[in-house]
Write a protein that binds this ligand. Structure first.
Ligand SMILES: Nc1ncnc2c1ncn2[C@@H]1O[C@H](COP(=O)(O)OP(=O)(O)OP(=O)(O)O)[C@@H](O)[C@H]1O
Length: 221
């Protein structure tokens, strides 16, 4: 399977189909058989691929146990641009953080204490932080899971924009099939007998939905 950048890929499949496992492999958290290349290089030769900013990963759950202002958490997306370990962030970094919060529609949360936010509000903040990382490949594990209908639509539209204008490649695990038909990109159904990249369209999403809703597909899985 080969994917040319930039691109948007919606990764779907039943619970337990292996979607998160795929991300664990791509981020180097699990051993695997076969060969995976990123920008033409075997990922095994890129052991620090997350730390080095080649890819950015937004896991399904990302708990923060200490009090921290939202703006301070978002600006940490610039960690690779700091001049030294103990150096703080510059006014330009904070301006980028403010812009990222505005893009996801979360300006009003900037000065709130992050752990006190609702699950959906926290998801928006993580997306803003991701925006500040310069990785070309983003792995998003159910980024809209806790969002209301307005923010769901908004985030999928933003992902589309970020692919088109910032040349990002986004692999997005989702159960949110309703948002997919009108997005340019690909569908990867990991519950299919032979998963492959299919162009996103009304027809491919409807066929995948029919397959996933059919009990027979669950038995095979
Ligand atoms: N550390 C582990 N050890 C053993 N089995 C595991 C481990 N992690 C995941 N699995 C199993 O691998 C399978 C795939 O899990 P994975 O988390 O990738 O599913 P998923 O497609 O992301 O599901 P969901 O939609 O529920 O998030 C599951 O059956 C799970 O129980």
């Amino acid at each position: 399977m080969r994917l040319d950048a930039p691109a948007f890929v919606a990764i779907i499949g039943h619970n337990g189909a292996g979607k998160t496992t795929l991300f664990r492999v791509l981020t180097g958290q699990l051993p695997y058989q076969g060969r995976i290349e990123l920008a033409g290089q075997d990922v095994l030769r890129l052991p620090r691929r997350v730390a080095d900013g080649l890819l950015a990963h937004l896991p399904q759950r990302n708990a923060v146990a200490f009090p921290i202002e939202v703006r301070e958490l978002v600006v940490m997306g610039r960690f690779r641009h700091r001049r030294g370990l103990l150096a703080g962030y510059s006014p330009a970094d904070y301006a980028l953080a403010d812009d990222a919060l505005a893009q996801v529609g979360a300006t009003h949360l900037a000065h709130r204490d992050f752990p006190q936010l609702s699950g959906g509000e926290q998801q928006l903040v993580w997306l803003a932080q991701l925006l500040l990382q310069d990785a070309a490949l983003w792995l998003l594990d159910e980024p809209t899971q806790q969002l209301d209908v307005y923010y769901r639509r908004r985030v999928f539209r933003l992902l589309e924009t970020w692919v088109q204008t910032r040349q990002k490649t986004v692999l997005c695990i989702t159960h949110d099939l309703d948002q997919l038909p009108n997005l340019p990109g690909f569908l990867l159904n990991l519950s299919a007998p032979q998963p492959q990249l299919e162009p996103l369209s009304e027809a491919t999403v409807a066929a995948a939905r029919e397959w996933l809703e059919d009990e027979a597909s669950l038995m095979r899985h």
